[in-house]
Design a protein around this ligand. Sequence first.
Ligand code: SF4
Ligand code: MG
Length: 283
Amino acid sequence: MATLKDFRNNVKPNWCPGCGDFSVQAAIQRAAANVGLEPEGLAVVSGIGCSGRISGYINAYGFHGIHGRSLPIAQGVKMANRDLTVIASGGDGDGFAIGMGHTVHAIRRNIDVTYIVMDNQIYGLTKGQASPRSAEGFKTKSTPLGTIESAISPLEVAMAAGATFVAQSFSSNLKQLTAVIEAGLNHKGFSLINVFSPCVTFNKVNTYDWFKENIVDLDEIPDYDYTNRVMAMTKIMETNSMLTGIIYQNKEKKSYEDSIPTFAKEGLTKQDLHISEADFNKM
Ligand code: SF4
Ligand code: MG
């Protein structure tokens, strides 16, 4: 059985010292080992941005895709080989700006992919411009007078799109981050895991200390029921999307691939599929 070290490779990350993405890498490696995966059973697909490098830093199948397109690639990988566990990854600019259309439709499709977003509320790779996650008034090189747009809430968008698994965590809380990734990997359907992953070089507002002061940990909310959709949406709105932990899970809805008869051979006959006995036996 694979252990944590089996998911490590010899590639040295070139993230800035202190970047939150190091913890996301470590948490994925730990979670993969903890849920009993083997490196050859895991594919990590990434988009473009500092976060996009993560697919090269994990010993598994990796695909460094193009900007905002990690989800179409990850969904293609999953449909082509449904025995693989597939992680899609990216940043907040990648997933919630150019890639938002893919994000919404992958969520409502409920395909069995775990999507991990490294949300630093800025574009880091291009040296610090406002992202869709930057708060109104946030000053950057591209918004010297402060951004006039509202920040998007990926949690609210995901809930509205019918997500079956929504979680959020923080790079500074490796224990919780590993646990939510494990839960996402075990979830049969699409999982959105948004991770507050500070950019220490270009975002001097949303720092580790800022997140520590503003995060609301679900473990500290007694009687929270993550299977209750209305409660989840209410808490997300009450906390201005600063909740961390497993926020919502629906285990009842079938995943996309399990809803396609030709992908679920069990219980089907060749008559159901309108194919010959020889072709049916080849499946
Ligand atoms: Fe991380 Fe920011 Fe450095 Fe990119 S620029 S590696 S996001 S700290
Ligand atoms: Mg970003």
